[in-house]
Design a protein around this ligand. Structure first.
Ligand code: CP
Length: 303
């Protein structure tokens, strides 16, 4: 494996290897000296053609903890604004002797396209509404940490499934690891053939919560919509917003996740997001160890 373009291309054994490597790096980054010299001879470019807080900073920190040389590229302040193509941009960056690219791009398949035209390792940091593999890895890793194992767990992904790369990558990862996955949300925000992936669709949030061990709450991705989908935000909150009142009606505690950024008071209320059952900040913490593991494992193939 030279690239990480999507969870679709990984095996269950690959996922376990990434988790075991992340276990080691999680221990490393909790030491007083958080850095290891493993990637001293590697140069990594972080290419962000779309906004990011968690993924961008987490990759940069992971690279620095591994002692790689790091350069950052933001499309908004680059010559992309003068009309330079993706392929020309990347080839110019690679001419500076860069070994690995981390790329977030608004177009689905951008990483797959580039991988056929360049000679460097690529990690997909989110490509449009397609895949966000390191998010799914850190999500599954956080479930494993909280509930000891992913196998046999029931996970519901709630929200705008249609426009979500997090949902697709999570479905692939969780199923490969032996979890049962449902999706819950308005039918207008559900891909037509989602059940062909082996997930059941639930439109009643309370029923979905009663079924699951883990609820992964997603944001409505307004930036990916050309039209306004039904329901309105107010109706969405009434039908799909997760509140402490709803959780109190269940006869068991469930684990609450969110990939961020959160719209507090829309998909999840503030008190639920900050509650003892929320592992939202653990997900962010685990993102650094997971990205260190992925970069380290791919770098071992290029040197
Ligand atoms: N979860 C996630 O991808 O967040 P950012 O868009 O802030 O990177």
């Amino acid at each position: 494996v030279k690239h990480l373009l999507g969870i679709k291309f990984l095996t269950e054994a690959d996922l376990h290897l990434i988790f075991e490597t992340a276990d080691h790096f999680k221990e490393v980054i909790n030491r007083p000296i958080k850095k290891v010299p493993s990637l001293r001879d590697i140069t990594i470019a972080n290419l962000f053609f779309e906004n990011s807080t968690r993924t961008k900073l987490s990759f940069e920190l992971a690279e620095k903890r591994l002692s790689a040389d790091v350069i950052n590229f933001s499309a908004a302040s680059s010559s992309v604004k003068k009309g330079e193509t993706l392929q020309d941009t990347v080839n110019n960056i690679l001419a500076m002797k860069v070994d690995m690219l981390i790329m977030r791009h608004p177009n689905p398949g951008a990483g797959v396209f580039l991988s056929k035209h360049i000679n460097a390792a690529i990690i997909n940091a989110g490509d449009g509404a397609h895949e966000h593999p390191t998010q799914a890895l850190l999500d599954a890793y956080s479930i494993r940490e909280k509930l000891k194992d992913v196998r046999g767990k029931k996970v519901v992904i709630v929200g705008d499934i249609l426009h979500s790369r997090v949902a697709l990558s999570n479905i692939f990862a969780l199923q490969k690891l032996g979890a049962e996955v449902k999706v819950c949300g308005p039918l207008t925000l559900m891909p037509k053939h989602i059940e062909s992936l082996g997930v059941k669709v639930e439109t009643n949030l309370k029923a979905a919560l009663e079924w699951c061990d883990v609820a992964n709450m997603l944001r409505i991705q307004n930036e990916r919509m050309e039209i306004t989908y039904f329901p309105s935000t107010r109706e969405y909150v009434q039908q799909f917003g997760l509140t402490s009142d709803l959780l109190a009606k269940l006869n068991k505690p469930i684990t609450i996740m969110h990939p961020g950024p959160i719209n507090r008071g829309v998909e999840v209320s503030s008190d639920v997001a900050d509650s003892e059952h929320s592992i939202i900040l653990n997900q962010v913490e685990n993102g650094v160890a997971i990205r260190m593991a992925v970069i380290y494992l791919l770098a071992s193939k290029i040197k």
